[in-house]
Design a protein. Structure first.
Length: 433
């Protein structure tokens, strides 16, 4: 069924407008898709074909290229249809049928984790260097295991290498720095060529625990069930979207606290957007990644301490879940997230931000929506809970829902027109907007 959220499914409810939503059935190699074709049938019409010598019949079904959730099924009969257009076996419910064929979307999400401790370079390095100067040496301790990061935006492929370092503060040396104790740099690294923002340069991050959550801020997807499905996976599968969380060559990004999520004066992009562009592993063309590729970043804190996540605008290149801010909030007395589990609050926020990548609740803006991708509706299956994209989820009555582990969106009919984030995602153009 095309719609499952509100038991609103019925026969012939595919949304694909081409070929009446029933696809084109054709023989292999057919190139004539017109109504007069002898090798293709549109609109659910019958395709007459002959079996091969071994008795097998091979056909090709062309389905929607846009509407996730559309279903198709092929019926086979030796007898021609009757005057009513139905096979005799259809009347008797004895036809041989294929399995239901369901159209899905597939999105590739490059997932990155920001270091909890680290700094950008303050001087360039060359291959063979053992002394590395950083902008904030206070982030390091002697004996730290660190990762040196060269961003893909800095030219060439993303590069990383790891070493143990000591913090050096020599007498009469006003600039402390890092000394590599187990060898030397195998790659040259560069400081930013611009005074701001500093993240256009290469960086160093501390990884004493193997890149685990003790080292980095992770945008959690939630705990997997027995089948390995996580809550965020389940949310998107309900909309027939398969999100493949890709493993980039460089899984980390440098620490940048107080990240500006809105464009500064004179900028057409926010620091959050430019940071994602600079550290994105996929090839970018004028800031646009490969089709259906996006980025998810577990991050420290934004400059606006009232938010815990953001998705870049106007182009949804990347979503940030500010895990550092969430950890601060759960410890804050009388705060929005007081005493909630930071892991649950994080994966709920991650889901919220990833849904924003589909430009939901924007055109048209639903009644009560804020025009920023938020609605004023309840969850489709529980009127006591808010939709996870609700604009008013920051009050005492509903704050607990931000850490209850439930990720549900809304589905309502307005003047017999469906309004739902699920349907917006399913009907979005391809490639991903």
């Amino acid at each position: 069924p095309y719609v499952v959220q509100a038991n609103d499914a019925h026969d012939n409810d595919n949304k694909d407008t081409f070929s009446s939503g029933k696809g084109i059935l054709m023989t292999p190699g057919c190139s004539d898709f017109t109504a007069q074709s002898t090798c293709a049938a549109q609109n659910g019409n019958v395709l007459a074909t002959t079996s091969a010598a071994d008795g097998k019949v091979e056909v090709v079904l062309e389905t929607t290229d846009r509407y996730a959730g559309d279903n198709y099924q092929i019926l086979a009969s030796f007898a021609a249809p009757g005057a009513d257009g139905k096979f005799p076996c259809e009347v008797q419910s004895t036809c041989v049928k294929s399995a239901a064929i369901t159209a899905w979307k597939r999105i590739y999400m490059e997932q990155r984790a920001m270091f909890r401790r680290g700094s950008f370079l303050s001087r360039d390095t060359v291959i063979g260097d053992t002394e590395v100067f950083v902008k904030d040496v206070r982030m390091f301790r002697s004996g730290d295991h660190v990762v040196f990061l060269h961003s893909p935006g800095g030219g060439g492929r993303p590069v990383s290498e790891s070493h143990f370092v000591d913090v050096i503060q020599r007498q009469n040396d006003t600039v402390a720095h890092l000394h590599i104790r187990d060898g030397f740099l195998a790659n040259g690294l560069s400081q930013s060529t611009q005074p701001t923002p500093e993240f256009f340069g290469d960086a160093v991050g501390v990884s004493n625990a193997g890149g685990s959550r003790d080292d980095v801020y992770i945008a959690s997807l939630g705990p997997p069930d027995v089948n390995g499905t996580r809550p965020v996976d389940e949310l998107f599968s309900t909309a027939f979207v398969d999100v493949q969380f890709a493993a980039p060559e460089l899984p980390f990004v440098p620490l940048i606290d107080n990240l500006a999520y809105a464009p500064r004066r004179g900028q057409d992009k926010s620091d959050a957007h430019m940071f994602a562009e600079h550290w994105f592993s996929q090839n970018l063309s004028n800031g646009v990644p490969s089709p259906n590729h996006r980025m998810l970043i577990g991050s420290a804190r934004p400059d606006d301490k009232s938010i815990i996540g953001v998705t870049t605008k106007p182009f949804a290149l990347a979503s940030y879940s500010f895990r550092g801010q969430i950890e601060d909030f759960v410890r804050q007395v009388n705060g929005d997230l007081e005493d909630l589990d930071p892991e649950i609050a994080t994966f709920e926020n991650t889901a919220h931000e990833l849904v924003h990548q589909w430009h939901v609740n924007t055109a048209p803006v639903p009644p009560g929506g804020d025009g920023l991708g938020h609605c004023a509706e309840n969850a489709y299956d529980n009127p006591r809970l808010l939709c996870k994209m609700h604009r008013g989820g920051y009050d005492a009555k509903h704050n607990i829902e931000r850490g209850d582990g439930i990720i549900t969106l809304h589905y309502v009919k307005l003047n017999n027109v469906v309004d739902s984030e699920y349907v917006t995602m399913r009907q979005a153009i391809e490639p991903m907007p």
